[in-house]
Design a protein around this ligand. Structure first.
Ligand SMILES: Cc1cc2nc3c(=O)[nH]c(=O)nc-3n(C[C@H](O)[C@H](O)[C@H](O)COP(=O)(O)OP(=O)(O)OC[C@H]3O[C@@H](n4cnc5c(N)ncnc54)[C@H](O)[C@@H]3O)c2cc1C
Length: 251
């Protein structure tokens, strides 16, 4: 796919919009689902890039991102990249992206959403998971109620999201992404929990997600199969190392 636009939507988020004829048969309504981005090096030749992808070469870095918006009429999708100083290929590519640049896209993976039949909803996400969480609650019925807590790096990272009126938004600032945060956990603990089955959606940095998972299962007695909980990245690990660690833990 080729980039048609790239813009900084908040200080810590770069929105890149790729477009391509190959999106013609991409299924509609996949906002919140993940995609795998295959990232070219600086000055990479397109034909060589395509051959490397088709041969399954490990020389091309692959990173996981979320479909934030998809417009079937223009064959475009918006992908929101956290701007971080860890120097990863995805972040660096997004910061330099300009119209005409190319990128490989594979997917989509499953749509991310809280359990169906919930009486109320509770979302917890850091900036990397805002695209998935926001797309998930934008798909809820308009009479949905609950809370969404978003952890951002500074006040200017607050971004417009179209939540149902009954979903209360809470923006918490954690200014050092290199240290794990317990703010979402403190928020979950301090919440006056409504009655009924909660629809839980939690995603973000591994340490923060792990604390929330333990709280929800051990202290709230929730069934882990009835929640969407996922570590999207881990402090100090590149994505391949983090995915390998998750697979080892699951095994
Ligand atoms: C299902 C799923 C959906 C995702 N959707 C999105 C999305 O829409 N937008 C998004 O930005 N991310 C998303 N992520 C997270 C993203 O895949 C990782 O952050 C990935 O590591 C970024 O790749 P990179 O090349 O920039 O950095 P890497 O090369 O993977 O890592 C380089 C260094 O940067 C650090 N790092 C990585 N991510 C962050 C971060 N967010 N903040 C601070 N330091 C970081 C790493 O710990 C490492 O030290 C998603 C992850 C999953 C599993």
């Amino acid at each position: 796919m080729n980039v048609v636009r790239s813009e900084r939507i908040t200080p810590t988020m770069q929105r890149v919009t790729p477009c391509g004829d190959d999106l013609g048969d991409f299924p509609a309504g996949q906002e919140s689902a993940h995609i795998k981005l295959m990232i070219p090096n600086d000055n990479q030749d397109f034909t060589e890039f395509r051959e490397l992808i088709e041969s399954g070469s490990k020389a091309i870095p692959r990173r996981t991102f979320t479909i934030r918006h998809h417009r079937t009429d223009t064959r475009e999708m918006d992908v929101d990249f956290v701007v971080h100083d860890g120097g990863g290929p995805a972040c660096s590519w997004a910061l330099a992206a300009k119209p005409g640049d190319f990128i490989g896209v594979a997917g989509p993976g499953p749509i991310k959403k809280p359990v169906s039949g919930a009486d109320w909803f509770l979302f917890g996400a850091d900036i990397a998971a805002i695209p998935a969480a926001a797309a998930a609650f934008e798909a809820l019925p308009q009479d949905a109620v609950g809370h969404a807590v978003f952890e951002i790096t500074n006040d200017d990272d607050i971004q417009p999201v179209s939540a149902p009126k009954g979903i209360k938004l809470h923006w918490l600032v954690h200014d050092d992404p290199h240290t794990s945060s317990e703010q979402q956990l403190e928020f979950f603990r301090s919440l006056d929990w409504p009655k009924g089955l909660p629809g839980i959606f939690v995603a973000g940095e591994s340490g923060a997600v792990s604390g929330l998972r333990k709280y929800l299962i051990n202290e709230r007695g929730l069934d882990k199969r009835a929640m969407y909980i996922s570590a999207y990245w881990k402090i100090g690990l590149v994505e391949d190392q983090h995915q390998e660690q998750k697979r080892a833990e699951a095994a």
